[in-house]
Design a protein. Structure first.
Length: 263
């Protein structure tokens, strides 16, 4: 080793020359502390000063993956951009809903659920999708009206986000169900059932946001902006619902870079 480097890198365990026996063999396991330290010195002296990795750049090019994500939302279709006054009113309404939910959470949690309500476990993704959206939406079955008036079949149409249900959901479950529905929405169309649950879950989401919740709601806002642009029939009610979710994510949860600019 270069003596100059020795000065910059002093030995933590300096070892003087050891009186080793003539039969000392550095290839066999050391028998004494002196033999061990001497063996370390010999191995260090054999290491090259510079090591260069042999990398084939052609192999790297083939395996490179580039993920490009849109940082902002798509602007609303022409004529459908929400006004600032409308957005401020929605934020005020949403804030009142959250305060009421927090105030009365214990009351609603104590209410008995109907016998037909069986909430899935937090990790049951498919179970929650069916529970919230219903078998018709989840399985994409056209609604068929039967002649028998036997009341609402919540197994088919999904359970609404009743206060007695959402009040029983802790933050881990709220975040998980939100993730399940956003994942489903990533490849499916927007439905009223989905919209009601997204609004309710956002109302249950506590601030400050956890990192995973922060990422989820930004993903949700971007997806809503994509869907409203692709909306062929320009259903005003549906676009208004999508505008509402984007508004809440951007203006209530402080993701201002995703906000719709007023016309």
């Amino acid at each position: 080793m270069d003596p100059g480097l020795e000065e910059l890198m002093p030995r933590l365990l300096p070892v003087d020359d050891c009186d080793l026996t003539e039969d000392f063999d550095p290839t066999v396991p050391p028998r004494t502390p002196q033999e061990y330290l001497k063996r370390v010195q010999i191995e260090a002296a054999r290491c090259p000063d510079v090591v260069v990795a042999q990398i084939d750049p052609k192999k790297l090019r083939k395996k490179q993956t580039v993920n490009v994500s849109l940082s902002r939302c798509h602007p609303a279709p022409e004529g459908y951009s929400p006004t600032l006054k409308w957005q401020q009113q929605q934020v005020a309404n949403f804030s009142a809903v959250r305060q009421s939910l927090t105030k009365h959470r214990n009351h609603w949690r104590s209410q008995h659920l109907d016998s037909n309500v069986s909430m899935p476990k937090s990790e049951d993704e498919e179970g929650w999708k069916k529970f919230c959206l219903g078998e018709r939406v989840y399985s994409e079955i056209d609604a068929v009206s039967d002649n028998e008036n036997l009341g609402v079949d919540y197994i088919k149409v999904g359970f609404p986000p009743l206060l007695s249900i959402v009040s029983r959901m802790n933050q881990a479950t709220v975040t998980s169900v939100l993730e399940y529905l956003i994942s489903w929405f990533g490849e499916k169309k927007f439905t009223p059932e989905l919209g009601r649950w997204l609004y309710a879950l956002l109302a249950c989401l506590e601030k400050p946001l956890l990192p995973e919740a922060h990422s989820l709601i930004r993903q949700l806002a971007r997806r809503c902006s994509e869907v409203r642009v692709l909306e062929e029939n320009k259903n005003e009610e549906q676009i208004s619902a999508l505008n509402l979710i984007i508004c809440l994510v951007s203006r209530y949860f402080d993701q201002r870079d995703l906000a719709d600019e007023p016309p």
